[in-house]
Design a protein around this ligand. Structure first.
Ligand code: APR
Length: 167
C-alpha cells in the first residue's frame, strides 16, 4: 500500500514519476488542472492524448510528459464523472478513476504519482465524498506505486483530503 501525502499546491510543480490529469474523453486538454498540465507539457501532450482518445469515464491512459520538468516522465489522463446528484453511478466511476490510474501507473512502472482532486471542479463532485473515495480506493488497490501525493489547489480540499487520510 503506498504512502499517501496530502499537499497544497500546483500539480505541475510536483517531483514525481507521473502526474494525473483530469481530462474529457477527447484528451485534447481543457480548463482547470487539465489546462495547467497541457500548458506546461506543451502541444505534444494533446497530440499524444488525442491519438488514444476517446477515453471512457472512469478509465485512464498514459502518455509521455513531454515538456513537464523531470522527474515527471508520464501523464496519466483520467476522465471523471460529471456529478448529476449521485444517482447515476458517479461514486463508482470516481472510484474507477483512482483504481485505473494506479493500474496504468504500474504499467509504466511509475513508483510515485500525484493526483489532483478528480471531478471536484468543473464536474461538480462533492469534495468531501470525493476525498473519502480517493483515500479508500488508493488504500484498497493492489499496486507497486510506493508514494501517492494528493495535491489540493485550495485549503478546503486540502483539509478534506487530510481528514479522510486520517480517518
Ligand atoms: N494543480 C492542482 N489542482 C488543480 C490545479 C492545479 N494547477 N488547477 C485546478 N486544480 C483543482 C481544482 O481546484 C479542483 O479541485 O483540480 C480539481 C479538479 O478540477 P477540474 O480541473 O475542473 O477538473 P474536473 O472537475 O475533473 O473537470 C474536468 O474540466 O478542464 C476540463 O477538460 C476538463 O472536461 C474536463 C473537466
Amino acid at each position: 500500500m503506498p504512502v499517501i501525502e496530502v499537499v497544497l499546491g500546483d500539480i505541475t510543480s510536483e517531483d514525481v514519476d507521473a502526474i494525473v490529469t483530469v481530462a474529457n474523453e477527447s484528451l485534447l486538454g481543457g480548463g482547470g488542472v487539465d489546462g495547467a498540465i497541457h500548458r506546461t507539457a506543451g502541444p505534444r501532450l494533446a497530440e499524444a492524448g488525442s491519438a488514444l482518445a476517446p477515453c471512457a469515464t472512469g478509465d485512464a491512459v498514459a502518455t509521455p510528459a513531454f515538456d513537464l520538468n523531470p522527474p515527471v516522465r508520464h501523464v496519466i489522463h483520467t476522465v471523471g464523472p460529471v456529478w448529476e446528484g449521485g444517482g447515476y453511478g458517479e461514486a463508482d466511476l470516481l472510484t474507477s478513476c483512482y483504481r485505473r490510474s494506479l493500474e496504468v501507473a504500474d504499467e509504466v512502472e511509475a513508483r510515485s504519482v500525484a493526483f489532483p482532486a478528480i471531478a471536484t471542479g468543473v464536474y461538480g463532485f462533492p469534495p468531501a465524498q470525493a476525498a473519502k473515495i480517493a483515500i479508500s480506493t488508493i488504500r484498497a488497490t493492489p499496486t507497486e506505486v510506493e508514494r501517492v501525493r494528493l495535491v489540493a489547489f485550495d485549503e478546503e480540499t486540502h483539509d478534506l483530503l487530510a481528514a479522510a487520510a486520517q480517518a
